[in-house]
Design a protein around this ligand. Structure first.
Ligand code: FAD
Length: 346
């Protein structure tokens, strides 16, 4: 989101032993009992103007093949590897399975935290294990997919923030170029076009990856050009009875059935209908093509407080119109490095 933020201490970790040393050393920072905050690529966090914490930045690099057969390749990836570059590298090697997750910003170590997902694939579908340091007990652990207890955009790492530092992620990828998942949205059509340009009858994972890159570039603003943190609001889940009542007034309302007579409503549609596509409070505005995305028009000058002001304005207007409460999706970081709740009000 390119918010103004200065931290008291930052430690960039280029290997795992450095973390053991740092935790054992009792430095000025740890002696002051400052809390620890793990920061990766910074694409899904809303940072305070002044961060009174020790920032730990996992920046270990490396991609290693740990096993290989005719049908699959196991790789171990260090936390500091850029996620999108990893996707492109593996697909170009003929190691498939990550192509649907192309162009998601951030680093590999952060990917398990919210079990990143897109176009029908979630990280847990390809993950084998995570190596992570448990900060309170100062011990290393290898965690299986089951141990990570993944949910939709959720995991043990997200539920207990600043408790684990992920240093490596193990994946099992496949080598079958006919095994693709292209059933979401326009992926099949666009992938088919890429395949035909290469005289292929059927799209391969390379075509799927290119299709997803093209679709995402059209849909979402590039954070490097116009700072944003992807979807800013969660899609709210409401009672079916409330949804039916709203449908009577707004027949075009977009909702997806959920278990227990609940309905998930498209937050972007609500914001747009409330007249806030492109709206907000200077310098934070919803994106003109995608109302779900908040954008920062004053990079490194706007603060977390500006984001909160715009968020509450948008949420209030939506609530007045639909009686639906919107919650924030990105991670809200408090001044002491602790993590606020999605509903946290400043
Ligand atoms: C334009 C845009 C599009 C996006 N699209 C998607 C999408 O399609 N699907 C999706 O799932 N997400 C999406 N996101 C969200 C974001 O890309 C992911 O959450 C990503 O994994 C964040 O990575 P990061 O390295 O920037 O993490 P950060 O923002 O630095 O950190 C995120 C959280 O993870 C914790 N964390 C980070 N690294 C570690 C580590 N090594 N160990 C322990 N904890 C750690 C941090 O403390 C923080 O709480 C999008 C974001 C943007 C800006």
């Amino acid at each position: 989101m390119a918010l103004a933020c200065a931290a008291d201490f930052a430690v960039t970790l280029t290997d795992e032993a450095q973390l053991d040393d740092f935790m054992a050393s009792g430095t000025e920072a740890t002696a002051d009992d400052l809390s620890l905050f793990v920061l990766s690529g910074g694409s899904n966090v809303l940072l305070p103007a002044s961060l009174n914490a020790v920032v730990l930045q996992p920046n270990m690099r490396g991609i290693h093949v740990t096993a290989q057969t005719e049908h699959y390749v196991d790789i171990e990836v260090m936390a500091g590897e850029n996620w999108h570059d990893l996707v492109v590298y593996t697909v170009n090697q003929g190691w498939y399975g990550l192509e649907n997750l192309a162009l998601i910003p951030g680093l590999t170590g952060a990917a398990p935290v919210q079990n990143i997902g897109a176009y029908g694939v979630q990280l847990e579908d390809r993950l084998q294990y995570v190596r992570a340091y448990h900060l309170p007990s100062k011990t290393w652990h290898n965690l299986s997919t089951t141990d990570c207890d993944f949910g939709y955009r959720d995991s043990i790492f997200k539920r207990a923030p600043n408790t684990w530092l992920i240093s490596r992620v193990g994946f099992r990828l496949h080598t079958d170029p006919t095994n693709i998942l292209a059933s979401y949205g326009d992926v099949q059509t666009v992938a088919q076009r890429y395949a035909e340009q290469q005289d292929r009858k059927q799209p391969t994972p390379v075509d799927v990856m290119q299709a997803i890159i093209e679709i995402r570039q059209q849909k979402l603003p590039d954070p490097k050009q116009l700072p944003n943190c992807g979807s800013f609001f969660q899609n709210p889940i409401i009672d079916q009875s409330q949804f039916i009542a709203l449908q009577a007034t707004y027949p075009a309302i977009v909702g997806y059935p959920m278990p227990d007579a609940m309905v998930k409503v498209a937050a972007g549609w609500l914001i747009e209908q409330a007249g806030l596509k492109g709206g907000g409070i200077t310098p934070i505005f919803t994106h003109k093509q995608q109302a779900l995305v908040l954008t920062n028009h004053a990079p490194y000058q706007a603060t977390q407080a500006d984001v909160a002001t715009a968020q509450h304005y948008i949420a209030d207007v939506v609530y007045e119109k639909f009686a639906i409460q919107l919650s924030r999706e990105p991670v809200w970081v408090n001044a002491d490095g602790s993590i606020g709740h999605a509903e946290h009000v400043v």
